[in-house]
Design a protein around this ligand. Structure first.
Ligand SMILES: Cc1cc2nc3c(=O)[nH]c(=O)nc-3n(C[C@H](O)[C@H](O)[C@H](O)COP(=O)(O)OP(=O)(O)OC[C@H]3O[C@@H](n4cnc5c(N)ncnc54)[C@H](O)[C@@H]3O)c2cc1C
Length: 267
């Protein structure tokens, strides 16, 4: 079985700056990290490999610096890593991103004999774009079933059995077979830290680069040209919250607070 893990490199800060001229994120000088849920996806791939045997492959679309994220995933224990990187991929929306990932996975699948014996694992959502669209769109492109919000995964006699979070408290148990795409929640596991050996070994492995030519991608389907969405404006909303500092004894402060809450019709 092949397991493809989709890994996105994201800014490692909660507040990003936006260039007002170009409406794009200012990434210079900002540390980057693996999207947190993608670490859960890597961990799940490694757990599945240990339990059932599999070949684990990390795949990312991004600029050359996204190699760092793949290198970290290799250090955690993935077998191989591919970076889909090309100026032609820049400016991709979720549709163009998932199309590029689809081309990457199908190109890699061409070499394998058991072409249906594979699993794709994504994070449920990325902390920067936050749309949760890439996993489902990628499954559609691959023409395989998808199960989102996965918090438990098992393989039994060739059957895939997953638990999926549903409406908060409820859990749905779903059975399907490979190939399938799942997107995982952070509750699925606790990602491991790379060991020293893992880090050293990761530098002995090559992160393989694939361009739009390697993927035989048509320019109208990738990058900004292939994007159906158009960003009109990006801005950080102004914080409207006011604060009130209460002074006096505890009793006086409690009375002032109750008065204010009544005034604002909150009690
Ligand atoms: C018009 C437009 C232009 C844009 N231009 C740019 C740009 O120039 N530069 C830029 O960085 N962003 C750009 N974006 C944002 C870009 O669309 C998203 O970063 C990207 O499509 C992923 O969407 P998301 O972050 O919502 O991922 P989600 O759908 O929330 O991610 C879910 C999961 O999908 C997988 N995944 C998502 N993205 C990738 C990836 N790249 N590689 C591997 N796996 C992935 C991961 O497993 C992730 O956990 C643009 C968006 C629009 C609409």
């Amino acid at each position: 079985m092949k397991i493809f893990v989709c890994i996105k490199q994201v800014p490692g800060v909660s507040e990003v700056r936006i260039d007002p001229e170009t409406n794009t994120l200012i990434r210079e000088g900002i540390p980057s990290i693996i999207n947190p849920m993608d670490k859960n996806a890597v961990e799940l791939a490694l757990e599945i490999k240990k339990k059932y045997g599999a070949e684990t492959i990390g795949i990312s679309m991004g600029p050359p610096q996204a190699e760092e994220a793949l290198r970290e995933a290799l250090a955690m224990g993935l077998d191989e890593a591919y970076l889909l990187t090309d100026r032609a991929f820049a400016g991709a929306d979720t549709l163009a991103t998932s199309h590029t990932l689809y081309l990457g996975i199908s190109t890699l699948l061409e070499k394998f004999k058991e072409r249906d014996n594979y699993l794709v694992i994504c994070g449920t959502q990325a902390i920067d774009g936050d749309t949760a669209q890439v996993g489902p769109e990628l499954a559609e492109e691959l023409g395989i079933p998808q199960i989102t919000y996965v918090q438990k995964f098992e393989l039994q006699d060739g059957k895939v059995i997953v638990e999926r979070a549903f409406r908060g408290e409820e859990i749905v148990v779903i059975e399907t077979k490979l190939p399938v795409l799942i997107s995982v929640l952070k509750d699925v596991n606790e990602p491991r830290y790379p060991t020293l050996d893992g880090i050293v070994n990761s530098y002995e492995k090559e992160v393989k680069y694939l361009t739009h030519e390697d993927l035989k991608a048509k320019k109208q389907n990738i990058g900004l040209t292939g994007s159906q969405t158009e960003v009109w404006r990006i801005f950080v909303p102004k914080r409207k919250g006011e604060h009130l500092i209460l002074e006096g004894s505890i009793e006086e402060r409690v009375n002032q607070l109750c008065e204010k809450l009544r005034e604002d019709k909150l009690i």
